[in-house]
Unconditional design. Structure first.
Length: 391
């Protein structure tokens, strides 16, 4: 049998196109925005118990994983995900990279688990009251990107699985992240590192618990079998761009280029309307977006062969953690953007790959990815700290 040949790298033109779009967004968004500062975010936190602000907090949690934290970007995420799900389940040739890793029929269950878990986190378990202790931020978003959706993908659709995953996520995620943040507050560790480390811990605990719960049964997920799917051309310049854009929705377990495009458009609108709310009022969106396009584009370019070989690869690791976290910690200057984007793109996915190959089968595959985020963020941040001319 003839051995299948893989492309070692992706299209150089695709890499240039992706990074070029990142630079274009950087310069445009740096020039076009409303009043800067953190006024809108500060007002949100100070009046968090008002109904409209609680709705706003609920919305911005959905795009916290991309470091956007914008209500419009969240609404656009919902629209994009619904559209991607609809096109995939209708076997459209325009479905793009199929949502939920080729298992589009599970998306409503994934989405429901995220909504239910976040509602339990904010209201039934009352973690919003941590704001009363003087906190200016609470990691309530972690239930959206951790235990509930991963357990739904692992165990399949079903009311029992949905309720178990949602309750377990609400019990584990925010308390673990809050404890880690409190324990490392004086160590200078990036806040994002605590969050992804929490996802590692919560994911491992959830995998172990669900393994022994007698009512947790693995139910099959119907396949879409989209015969109209045009397939993937790994040599195409647009493959790198599409895959990078899809990485923007990997934290939510969507992995859709359609949903990713909607998120990016939404955060651009957020930035133009109320930049003092986006990214928690850090005024760093242009730099964050550029670093994400650099890290994602470079990662997909370098590891296109891995995508062909394995079907998926963790190039989103630096996009949603390493690069933006380093910018928020070290500053939104061009040297920091370039170093964090390039180093993150090079090391993030291989670290996830190495851990993935050693993962027990009862632990979901997201755990190696978030573990890689922890490691790569510490490594890249440490390198930036040691290079004096970057500051």
């Amino acid at each position: 049998m003839e051995e299948k040949k893989y492309e070692k790298y992706g299209s150089p033109a695709g890499l240039a196109l992706t990074i070029g779009i990142g630079f274009a967004l950087y310069f445009i968004l740096s020039a076009v925005h409303g009043p800067l500062g953190a006024a809108a975010y500060d007002a949100l936190v100070q009046n968090i118990h008002s109904p409209q602000n609680q709705v706003l907090w609920f919305l911005i949690n959905w795009t916290e994983p991309e470091f956007f934290a914008g209500p419009i970007s969240t609404i656009f995420l919902f629209i994009g995900a619904i559209l991607a799900w609809f096109l995939s389940t209708r076997k459209s040739k325009y479905a793009g990279i199929e949502i939920c890793y080729g298992s589009a029929h599970i998306w409503p269950w994934v989405f429901a688990s995220q909504i239910l878990a976040l509602l339990l986190t904010e209201y039934l378990f009352g973690y919003m009251h941590l704001f009363d202790l003087g906190n200016t931020w609470i990691p309530t978003f972690i239930v959206i990107v951790s235990v509930p959706p991963s357990m739904m993908l692992m165990y399949g659709p079903g009311i029992v699985n949905l309720l178990t995953a949602s309750v377990l996520g609400a019990l584990l995620c925010t308390p673990t992240a809050y404890w880690l943040s409190s324990a490392t507050a004086n160590l200078g560790i990036p806040g994002a590192t605590n969050n992804v480390l929490c996802m590692v811990i919560a994911g491992c605990i959830a995998g172990c618990v669900c393994r022994v719960l007698p009512w947790m049964k693995k139910n099959p997920i119907p396949e879409t079998n989209n015969i109209n799917d045009p397939g993937i051309d790994y040599k195409s310049p647009f493959w790198i761009l599409r895959r990078t854009i899809a990485d923007f929705t990997e934290p939510q377990f969507y992995g859709s280029d359609i949903a990713g495009l909607f998120v990016i458009v939404g955060v651009i609108i957020d930035w133009m309307i109320h930049p003092s709310l986006v990214t928690g009022g850090a005024n760093a969106l242009p730099a964050i977006l550029l670093s994400q396009f650099i890290a994602g584009g470079l990662g997909v370019f370098l590891y296109t062969g891995r995508y062909q070989e394995r079907g998926w690869y963790g190039t989103y690791v630096p996009v949603v953690c390493t690069s933006p976290a380093c910018i928020l910690l070290h500053g939104a200057t061009m040297p920091i953007i370039l170093v964090s984007g390039i180093l993150g793109g090079i090391i993030g996915a291989p670290i996830a790959h190495w851990i993935e190959d050693r993962r027990p089968e009862f632990i979901h595959g997201t755990v190696p990815n978030v573990a890689a985020m922890t490691i790569s963020t510490i490594v890249v941040s440490g390198i930036i700290t040691c290079i004096s001319w970057l500051h």
